[in-house]
Design a protein around this ligand. Sequence first.
Ligand code: SF4
Ligand code: SF4
Length: 444
Amino acid sequence: MFKSFLGGIHPKDGKELAKDRPIETLPLPSEVVIPMSQHIGAPCTPTVKVGDHVKRGQVIGTSDAFMHSDIHASISGKVTKIDMFPHSGRSGCQAVVIENDGLDEWADGLPLHRDWKEMGTDELLDAVQSAGIVGMGGATFPAHIKLNPSKPVDVLLVNGAECEPYLTADYRLMLEEPERIVTGMLIMGKILGVKESFIGIEDNKPEAIEAIGKACEGTGIHVAALKTKYPQGAEKMLIYVVTGREVPCGGLPMDVGVEVQNAATVAAIADAVREGIPLIERVTTVSGDAVRNPKNLRIRIGTRYRDVIDYCGGFSEEPDKLLAGGPMMGFAQYTLDVPVMKGSSGILGLTKKLTDHGPERPCIRCGRCVKACPMGLVPSMLSILSQQQDFARARDDYGLMNCIECGSCTFVCPAKRNIVQYIRLAKGEIRAEMAKAAQKEEKK
Ligand code: SF4
Ligand code: SF4
């Protein structure tokens, strides 16, 4: 057993709702809405126009910016609109609407049949870049950039923890398609030239540990069975428990010689390299006590939540909260018109029974948030300083920017304070300040 980290919590995980539901493929919708921003970095610009006919896997958006990831058509059909649409992570975003022609025709030359063992490092990296792969655990960092670190990396660590309550998509993928994950890890290991590769899985998923363990036989990849504790899947926690290395404040995994990637992303990398298949679909958990039939679905990017929820039998009760992602780190949505994107790990509908925690009250200085914080911060002070709009003090004296927004503090707070929301607000203000200062510098 690997060691644990300080802090963390044990929320009710709700995984029983979907964990035994095998992955089903959602029938193709009549149209998809594909946002031009599905990654960290510059949004893409559409490379198609209204009236064009596109095929599955064709590039429909790109950018000149270094930090971006190309966007591809997820179905074949006619481009009917390019406009602003709802987006699950921001107020709105330019998107390309494709009307399904019912043919689901691949773009010319796809899929390919390549032997990755015969491919050189540059060729492998090109394949990942061309396929528009981004971190599918929610971080959405372009994978080709992460796979080309500026510091030497000797450990590859794949995140199969899936510690967010309710989410079971990675679990089903590890159980049903372990070969894709293991092949992706071997490919990544070759690109990075690592000495050791691990996949970390929480010990509440013994079937996944067994399936991945079998697929790893003879490969030299280690399966790390981790203690079940939230946020075990956070990059810094995972690195610490598996390798014993501590990422410095403000640092990155590569600062301690580690590359971390999510299990679903690794599987997508295998498809991109072996078959040239771009990231046009993903497995997403649809769950929560308001969803009539929770499922794990393979969904084409751009499918609206409405189509997904309909396929799951609709809501059995009006949800109080619709979430993109898990209940700890996900984002509340106001409409079912948002589309599934590359980073959509879950769609949750939760009733008032689970969301109504009563009114927020003043801090009673109980210290529970401090005990729960895996980053060793003082969340109570961060939230108070944010309320007082003293963002600079929160950053300089209380390490605001080290917060990983895991929500553990909010979860344990008896005064029901929305600590993580205050922290997000403060971090947003600091980032906006920094962007303004950078713009000023550029103008000089
Ligand atoms: S302060 Fe940040 S890192 Fe600490 S528990 Fe709260 S959300 Fe998590
Ligand atoms: S858990 Fe809540 S009430 Fe207790 S110290 Fe933290 S913010 Fe205050």
